[in-house]
Design a protein around this ligand. Structure first.
Ligand code: R5P
Length: 281
């Protein structure tokens, strides 16, 4: 078995390779004069693991090119973060069901897939190959223990994050609750008023994705008004688009923590161990 990665997920791939005691395949990346991506890999084996998160269109192209290089092998695609997963329905007439076409395309070139906290599990059948969707909830609980919160309240900012909040709270032996969010646009949300016993408490807002940070910042403002002592936020996928980090800091959030499913300076915990365990099984 060998591990190969896109440029986006090199560090995570390296960590997975270390856990598995398997070699990484070297890849030379460049572009043709017209901007198209060119890659050339070292020797591949008959069992391959491709690691690559999908954030931009280039990531998708890199994943597809690597699946072609590995087409003669039995290939596991590790897709730590799947962009386009939030367009999981045709919300309006004329829209693509983006998650379906992306999943179908990626699934067509590989033997099986490993994902991490997929935004919506209902898209799994679209891949057309076996998918194992792993949860980082235990790792998030372990990370929260390293923050200085004594007995934190674990809060999902919407109903979609309620299950994750409960799983994390159970793993850490804490309380969990969730808020109700209404999405007004891609960048604007409203959090419904809800009285939560946060006075003097350290609150940790948990979510699968932080993109613009609008959800967390809006929730934080309500929680501070209700007397929260401190607010941190721990997510799985730190997309951190459009200045999200500074937006969250200026909203008074103490710590902004994500995993390395999208590698950044906020990646304070890793998905590598759980991925390596799943590949070993
Ligand atoms: C949506 O349902 C997700 O779970 C996140 O809450 C959302 O993607 C966060 O987006 P933003 O950071 O832009 O508010």
């Amino acid at each position: 078995m060998k591990i190969v990665s896109t440029r986006r997920s090199q560090v995570l791939a390296g960590r997975i390779a270390e856990f598995l005691h398997k070699p990484l395949v070297d890849v030379k990346w460049t572009r043709f004069p017209d901007g198209e991506i060119y890659l050339r890999t070292g020797e591949i084996s008959d069992q391959m693991v491709i690691v690559g998160s999908l954030v931009t269109s280039d990531d998708l192209v890199e994943l597809l090119l690597l699946t072609d290089v590995c087409s003669s092998a039995t290939t596991t695609l590790v897709l730590p973060y799947m962009g386009y997963a939030r367009q999981d329905k045709q919300f309006n007439h004329g829209e693509p069901l983006s998650a379906r076409i992306i999943a179908r395309t990626l699934g067509s070139g590989v033997t099986n897939i490993v994902t991490i906290n997929l935004h919506e599990e209902s898209i799994i059948p679209f891949f057309g190959v076996p998918v194992r969707d792993l949860s980082l909830a235990p790792d998030m609980a372990a990370t929260i223990k390293t923050l200085t919160c004594k007995s934190p309240l674990i809060l999902g900012p919407d109903i979609g994050a309620a299950k994750l909040a409960r799983e994390i709270a159970e793993a850490g032996g804490w309380e969990a609750d969730h808020l109700h969010k209404v999405r007004l646009s891609g960048v604007e949300v409203r959090i419904e008023p809800k009285e939560i016993p946060v006075k003097g408490r350290d609150v940790v807002i948990v979510d699968d994705i932080i993109s613009t940070g609008g959800t967390q910042a809006t929730a934080a403002s309500m929680l501070f008004e209700q007397g929260a002592a401190s607010i941190s936020t721990v997510c799985v996928h730190g997309v951190l688009s459009t200045g999200a980090y500074t937006h969250l800091k200026s909203a008074g959030i103490t710590r902004i923590v994500s995993s390395d499913t999208i590698e950044s300076a906020c990646s304070d915990y890793s998905a590598a161990r759980i991925i390596a365990d799943a590949i070993n099984r």
